[in-house]
Design a protein around this ligand. Structure first.
Ligand code: NAD
Ligand code: UDP
Length: 312
């Protein structure tokens, strides 16, 4: 049994990770300031002897004796991270800075949740870890993209300078139950609109692409990365290489929900990447990992999750 700190543990991915770790018998500290997460996500874990919930903001130092840290604290949806961009940058940079200090003092492993956004609007397709990216440093997405890029820098410098056992994963668009219905991300927007019979909003012409990964696949990948040897820092891509345009996604959602919602077109947000697809060669080689849940199946699970929760 290990003592494991999960920052952002009450969020979408964090709550799935906490559940998995608690069920494996580990002693889990779920730390969150509830900026975008909620206690409801981990309600079922509260009261278990190997689960602890702590209200804390990672922009401030935190101390606990732990064996492993998963650093997930950071809003991930564009509308959330752009709501208070300065807080987003602080969360990304001060958060990893404080946690690296903790990892250094406790000699624990630390896995940092970075993102495919470090590739920006990529000029190389699909994106391997060796690609340095094409990121606007002063745009509306920069608080997130550059915050995450700088966090990777700190993770690597603490590793090189102080021997911290850093591990960086670059997560590609991930979806599943426990996402917030109105978090503005495309999967929830399309599914919720379809279930309510409201218009489905396509930004731009809908030809931009994303690769969608079901959350269970990601959690399995994260656990395998944490189990790699100390000399393995990554970065390593974790994503599903299946690539879909937003028009294709909208049509699939309509088909699976049987909805009569209309597709409407709205302006493309600034710096919206045109394409995104992970090269997962490294994950296959290093972890023996690849995603198992196809989009159609994962979407059906999300639809089944939201159906009873959406009041029409
Ligand atoms: P989420 O918004 O559901 O979860 C983030 C959690 O962090 C929330 O519970 C929030 O309250 C908490 N948080 C935010 N700021 C905090 C702070 N200052 N102190 C403490 N807690 C704070 O998002 P998610 O989709 O679960 O993403 C989790 C992590 O994975 C994030 O770091 C995100 O950047 C990364 N990621 C997610 C995706 C994705 O598609 N979901 C893709 C790439 C990277
Ligand atoms: N998008 C869309 N309609 C929506 C929400 C998003 O067409 O209602 C598009 C968005 O412009 C982007 C893609 O879907 O091209 C994915 O957006 P999301 O916010 O989910 O993630 P990210 O842009 O961070 O990959």
């Amino acid at each position: 049994m290990k003592r494991i700190l999960v920052t952002g543990g009450a969020g979408f991915i964090g709550s799935h990770l906490c559940e998995r770790l608690v069920n494996m018998g580990h002693d889990v500290i779920c730390l969150d300031n509830y900026y975008t997460g909620s206690k409801e996500n981990v309600w079922h874990l509260i009261g278990k002897p190997n689960f602890e919930l702590v209200r804390h903001d990672v922009t401030q130092p935190y101390w606990a004796e732990v064996d492993e840290i998963y650093n997930l604290a950071c809003p991930a949806s564009p509308i959330h991270y752009q709501h208070d961009p300065i807080q987003t940058t602080k969360t990304a940079i001060f958060g990893i800075y404080h946690l690296m200090g903790l990892a250094r003092r406790t000699h624990c492993k630390i896995l940092h949740a970075s993102t495919s956004e470090v590739y920006g609007d990529p000029a190389i397709h699909p994106q391997p870890e060796t690609y340095w990216g094409n990121v606007n440093p002063i745009g509306i997405r920069s608080c997130y993209d550059e915050g995450k890029r700088c966090a990777e820098t700190l993770a690597m410098d603490y590793h090189r300078l102080h021997g911290v056992r850093s591990k960086i994963i670059r997560i590609f668009n991930t979806y599943g139950p426990k996402m917030q219905a109105y978090d503005g991300r495309v999967i929830t927007n399309f599914v919720v609109s379809a279930l309510k019979g409201e218009d489905i909003t396509i930004y731009g012409d809908g030809h931009q692409t994303r690769s969608f990964q079901y959350v269970d696949d990601l959690i399995e990948g994260m656990l395998r990365v944490m189990d790699t040897t100390d000399d393995f820092t990554g970065p390593i891509n974790l994503g599903n290489p299946g690539e879909f345009s937003m028009l294709e996604l909208a049509k699939l959602v309509l088909e699976l929900t049987g909805s009569k919602s209309k597709l409407i077109f709205m302006p493309l947000p600034q710096d919206d990447p045109r394409q995104r697809k992970p090269d997962i060669t490294l994950a296959k080689q290093k972890l023996g990992w690849e995603p198992k849940v196809p989009l159609r199946e994962g979407l059906q699970r999300v639809i089944d999750y939201f159906k009873p929760r959406i009041v029409v």
